[in-house]
Design a protein around this ligand. Structure first.
Ligand code: A3P
Length: 334
């Protein structure tokens, strides 16, 4: 079963040549300086994108063909997709790997699942693990995903914790850049101002949430809408829900044998953050690298209180609630 993972089966990877035409188009789009001098944002189809992600998203819009049975794990940045990927991968591959030989022990969860906007696509013919990750907003997804019967899991998180997590993550990215240039990074006050104006990677956050929320109401059988806080509070019921949604519910035998607890324990913050690969591994990027440990900061609900004043928190809550009015979804409800 090793081959299931090792082959990775990523048949097509977009190339610099195939992305060139998008670079030209992107250079004409409205721009904002973003949070750092190395992170220019471009406005495309009502969302802000970093050029790197946008190239891949445009390529996916033109070339990605969803296959029946594909499952997409979608989220706005820093809402917990590392955890969701680890759980989903473990649930789906539980008959192929056991707790000791699962690839999750030796690879960052992001390296176990291809990312749509990185241009990593599986072969349509070969065997595969039917999972993809993506931050692309719902209305910008490749049409073949929207019009197919593919399933989507969407994970969102309290906007204040999401913002604080994002600020730390990008700060760390800037600190490890290797451009050789002096790179600026915004203060938390400036960053929250930009965030509240919708200017952030894949922002506005409210529109990102609303797109998937509305789609989940229209297609509840196809789109599962989850919240990070609920996953923290009721992990077991979320894991069961995921397995049912994926079409591979836990059997009574598995439940009695402790399979659910085993997966929860393996994917817990404490366990993942203490794996050697996640403590010392690195993701090499064009402008530097990102330490795997940057994906495991604190994993807490309410950490925003350590960084934002009540006034800043209220400002963000009020904007979010205002934008979500009438949708039936609120971050203030449990
Ligand atoms: P904090 O920065 O608040 O700690 P993403 O995975 O979408 O990049 O989101 C990162 C956030 O998820 C970080 O939040 C990170 O610590 C948290 N996280 C990572 N792994 C987790 C896990 N196994 N359980 C709970 N939270 C986790």
């Amino acid at each position: 079963m090793e081959s299931l993972f090792n082959s990775k089966l990523i048949a097509s990877k977009n190339t610099p040549e195939s992305l060139h035409k998008y670079e030209v188009k992107i250079s004409t789009l409205p721009k904002e300086n973003g949070w750092s001098s190395m992170m220019t944002l471009r406005s495309y189809q009502h969302f802000w994108f970093h050029s790197f992600f946008l190239k891949g998203a445009m390529h996916a819009q033109d070339h990605f063909q969803a296959q029946p049975g594909d499952i997409f794990l979608c989220n706005f940045m820093k809402t917990g997709c590392t955890w969701l990927k680890a759980l989903s991968f473990s649930i789906i591959t539980r008959t192929h790997f056991d707790d000791s030989n699962t690839p999750i022990r030796n690879a960052l969860p992001h390296d176990c699942i291809p990312m749509l906007e990185f241009g990593e696509y599986y072969s349509p013919t070969g065997p595969k693990i039917p999972l993809y990750g993506s931050h692309i907003p719902y209305t910008c997804l490749p049409k073949s995903i929207i019009h197919s019967r593919c399933k989507i899991v969407y994970l969102c998180r309290d906007p204040k914790d999401t913002f604080v997590s994002m600020w730390h993550y990008f700060k760390r990215m800037v600190e490890t850049n290797k451009t050789g240039k002096e790179v600026s990074f915004v203060s938390i006050e400036e960053a929250i101002d930009l965030f509240c104006r919708g200017v952030s990677s894949f922002g506005p956050y409210w529109d990102h949430v609303l797109g998937y929320w509305k789609a989940s109401l229209e297609h509840p059988e196809r789109i599962l809408f989850l919240r990070y806080e609920a996953m923290k509070e009721e992990t077991e019921s979320c894991v069961k829900k995921l397995a049912e949604f994926f079409g591979c519910p836990f059997s009574l035998e598995e439940e009695r044998g402790g399979k659910i607890e085993e997966i929860i324990e393996l994917c817990s913050f404490e366990s993942l953050s203490n794996l050697e690969v996640n403590k010392s591994g690195k993701q090499v990027k064009k402008d530097g690298y990102m330490e795997n440990s940057a994906y495991f900061r604190k994993g807490k609900v309410g950490d925003w209180r350590n960084y934002l004043s009540d006034e800043m928190g209220n400002r963000l809550d009020n904007i979010m609630e205002d934008k979500l009015t009438g949708s039936g979804f609120s971050f203030l409800n449990k």
